[in-house]
Design a protein. Structure first.
Length: 728
């Protein structure tokens, strides 16, 4: 192996491997018309057809032979006919594909890049290129020139290629100036860039560790991090302690500056202070206004008379008389319907098999008879689809109900443009976080009724807040709990065990006169889960053969041997093992066609939302795009946007809320002990429709079932509904 530094140059021919985020790649370099070599190294932002000068050394790979290991790369625009065709046909410049690249180079020869740069109107000389395509090509060309300059600057400051692209998309030509002024804005403005990454850039730009901008960014980061655990507020002393730890400064170094930072943020309306029971709590202003606004609108709805006057006595008598019909209601269900008609805002909660869907159907029948205008909605597409199947009425997601407008980055329906309805019935309400709930109530006419239906014993929302629980505990909102399990649900071990778990009892694997729809596979070794899953998915398991395509592995956490990250890699090998030319590495994840993936943030531009699951239909390596199909909704992702996706053969139990699967497989081991809580296991088992399979240690499952202690989220919705608590 020779380590002598050498310099070679040539044309980038094709990529053999690319990591979209780190910039590491393996590609074929054309040294001359008849000579090529393989190059490896961290070389971000190069494209097929570009001429490059590489500095590095020749190595002998034990498997692939002689290669050039590059440590430096200088790019040059191509000047040869071959290089120009490859460069323009690479998909780098929107509006030019392989066909037009061929036509343009054939027509203008080596002058083509000069034509695009200085006299793009001449492109009209080529048949098929009109004004719109010329404008698209010109914009893409100038973007590419600008981004190259900015990429060099950002990568020098420790920013990865994928985030450099995001930064350019956000700030365009102002990227360098804005980052030099305040690099900490990255953590607030660009999803996926956290405080640590922004702080690294700031240090490289010469910002001091005790800079007031760094202190304020640390405070904002600490409050924002609290929302990952569902909190909307952080107790003041805890905030100070966590901020000091994040900034890695001593108490004496930071105390005075910390006070200055808090005052500046408070005076600039960035943060709010709430004093409650002699404790002080800090929140970001938008968090406070969302929760306070939610409470105010709920109170306003309850104070305003209904648009409709119902003959409650007659309806109640009809409900009692109908108790012998096909759709019969017990007393709790009858009471729930009367509550919905009598109160402007109401909550109906209950576990599986307690008749929530039957109740909704009967309520809709009454509303139809009364000519009441209503809408049905749920937080997710799967939940809305289930609502439609159960009621045979149209239901939409809350996001589609409110209609997001990307041009204004806000919902179309709001205080100024209310929804046209008299009743809104929202299912799976335990999933709704404070921000979505606030957007929803803002869009309601004051005379309308609002009905939340959900299971308060499930996990709270993935997003911050505890809306359903806080409303119930306030006792300000009319609430009914359904407890009776209907006979037709009593033959399912899934439903029986769900209620046993909710009562703190260990589930059973068999009972007389019940379906065998619950299996507990006892396994003491977490490393053996892979073998169980492999046998299940290859139809070799003696107790469970996964013949249904609608199956999902649900896991308490993301890390570890039986975390979602490791299991997704394992399941990808089992379910989608074949390698193709159309695949892309992002971080440690390899994405391939036919992979099941999940969106992990709300992206209103693409109309896909946190928890949506789709399938990769195509990967365009040259065009640097991935095409995913979500429920007949095709979405295109640039390689720089792949941090919004994760593999979804296994997902966290939290992310499974609002969804149901024919088969749910749930590994539970002591290594999950930090998260082993009753509501977690209860939520998991209630995701299964036809079969639920637990794999793991009885001790771990018993610990989870017994542990009814949950993290108390720091929210004030209950207080806002019942007192005149305000912020300072």
């Amino acid at each position: 192996m020779s380590q002598a530094q050498q310099e070679i140059q040539g044309i980038v021919d094709k990529f053999l491997f690319q990591s979209a985020d780190s910039g590491y790649c393996v590609f074929v370099l054309q040294l001359s018309p008849n000579d090529t070599t393989v190059v490896t190294g961290h070389i971000p932002s190069i494209n097929p057809g570009e001429q490059v000068i590489l500095r590095g050394s020749w190595i002998m790979h034990t498997k692939f032979g002689r290669q050039f290991q590059a440590t430096e790369c200088k790019k040059q625009l191509p000047s040869s006919i071959l290089g120009l065709k490859k460069y323009l046909g690479s998909g780098l410049i929107k509006g030019i594909g392989k066909v037009y690249a061929q036509k343009m180079v054939d027509h203008f020869g080596v002058a083509i890049l000069d034509i695009i740069d200085k006299t793009p109107e001449r492109l009209a000389e080529i048949e098929g290129i009109g004004p719109k395509r010329i404008e698209q090509i010109t914009t893409a060309w100038h973007d590419q020139k600008e981004i190259s300059t900015i990429m060099v600057f950002l990568q020098d400051k420790g920013i990865s290629p994928v985030f450099a692209t995001k930064i350019y998309k956000q700030y365009r030509q102002e990227s360098i100036a804005l980052l030099q002024e305040n690099p900490y804005r990255l953590a607030e403005d660009i999803w996926g860039i956290g405080f640590k990454s922004a702080d690294k850039v700031a240090q490289n730009l010469g910002f001091q560790k005790d800079s007031i901008k760094r202190i304020k960014a640390g405070i904002i980061h600490t409050i924002s991090q609290a929302t990952n655990s569902g909190h909307l507020y952080v107790e003041l002393e805890e905030l100070k302690k966590q901020t000091i730890e994040i900034l890695e400064l001593s108490d004496t170094d930071i105390e005075a500056t910390l006070k200055v930072g808090l005052h500046e943020l408070y005076n600039s309306e960035k943060i709010k202070l709430i004093s409650h029971h002699n404790h002080h709590f800090i929140s970001l202003a938008q968090y406070y206004y969302s929760e306070k606004g939610l409470a105010n609108k709920l109170l306003a709805l309850m104070a305003q008379p209904s648009k409709h006057t119902f003959d409650l006595d007659q309806i109640y008598q009809t409900l009692r008389a109908d108790s012998t019909e096909a759709i019969s209601l017990n007393e709790d269900q009858q009471h729930a319907i009367m509550t919905c008609l009598q109160h402007k805002v109401s909550v109906i909660t209950g576990g599986p098999g307690t008749g929530k869907t039957t109740l909704i159907k009967k309520l809709l029948h009454i509303l139809d008879q009364q000519n009441v205008m209503y809408r049905l909605a749920a937080p997710t597409g799967r939940a809305a689809k289930r609502m439609m199947e159960g009621t045979r009425r149209h239901a939409s997601t809350l996001h589609r109900l409110l209609e997001f407008d990307p041009s204004s980055m806000s919902f179309v329906h709001n205080e100024q443009n209310a929804l046209k309805l008299d009743f809104l019935i929202v299912d799976e309400a335990s999933m709704i976080d404070t921000f979505l709930a606030h957007a929803l109530v803002k869009a309601l006419p004051l005379q309308s009724h609002l009905i939340f239906i959900g299971d308060v014993d499930q996990l709270p929302s993935v997003g911050a807040g505890n809306v359903l629980k806080d409303m119930i505990e306030s006792k300000k909102i009319a609430s009914i709990r359904l407890k009776h399990i209907f006979r037709q649900a009593q033959d399912s071990l899934i439903i029986i065990n769900a209620h046993k778990i909710n009562r703190g009892e260990f589930p059973v694997s068999q009972l007389p006169d019940t379906k065998r729809d619950f299996i507990f596979i006892k396994e003491e070794k977490p490393e053996n889960v892979f073998d169980h899953l492999k046998k299940m998915y290859t139809y070799q398991h003696p107790r469970c053969r996964l013949e249904s395509s609608d199956s999902m592995v649900l896991v308490p956490m993301n890390r570890g041997i039986v975390g979602t990250i490791k299991l997704n890699q394992d399941l990808q090998q089992i379910i989608n093992p074949h390698a193709t030319d159309k695949q892309i590495m992002f971080g440690s994840t390899l994405y391939k066609i036919n992979d099941k993936v999940m969106q992990i943030r709300n992206n209103y531009d693409k109309a896909v939302f946190n928890g949506d699951i789709g399938t990769i239909q195509d990967i365009d390596v040259e065009g640097k795009t991935v095409h995913v199909l979500f429920d007949n909704h095709p979405v295109e992702y640039g390689f720089d946007e792949l941090n919004e996706l994760v593999l979804a053969y296994a997902i966290s139990i939290h992310k499974s809320q609002g969804s149901e699967y024919d088969i749910a497989i749930i590994p539970v081991f002591m290594q999950h002990f930090m998260l082993l809580q009753r509501n977690l296991i209860y939520t998991a088992i209630t995701r299964a429709k036809k079969l639920c399979v637990f794999i793991g240690q009885p001790k771990a499952l018993a610990m989870a079932v017994k542990n009814n202690k949950t993290i108390v989220r720091k929210t004030f919705l209950q207080e806002f509904l019942t007192t005149d608590l305000t912020c300072r």
